[in-house]
Design a protein. Sequence first.
Length: 195
Amino acid sequence: MIAASAGALLATSDPADPHSMYSFEKSSDGPRATLSASKPRARYLVRVRVTELGPEQVDTTESALATVHGTISTSTSTSTTADGGTAEGGSPFVHVSFGTSAQASDSLSALTSFQIARPLRFTGNCGQPEQDSSCQAEIELDLDLERTSALPADGSASVDWAVDFESRALKPQESGKDETLEPPWIVEITEIVEP
């Protein structure tokens, strides 16, 4: 009888997951990179600064992930050959590296599009970011043109790219629903100029 009553109570209880989550998502577009035989490389530093704690004072930096994705296009699709004809060309690969100086980068070679995900490592006082602005993470994106000879002499490859950020945190309360919010982060993207 007691077991039957307990079963009935469980059947009518709130089905909400007691371990609700905050999901934090943010995206930032990077500047277009134009690669050519005279400028075959572009490098960018992506810095994320945390300005405050999340709702219910949760840490928004836990299990953070950065995903860079982009598309590659060329300025010309054909080139003129020595005999005056045309040859298909203008499709060099771009070598993409995404990582930090403290850990090995993930990399790949792409012809038309790419996507690489990396953990985002925050340093500093992330428990009190509003009192100490040092809670931040940095990650580098390197774009290198491979086989520049595949481009016509005046050709170039354009890379349009963006970075998506995400992290998760358990809600302190034991009940409630999952929520997706924008984290209290400032994203700064700067080009690294080669000396």
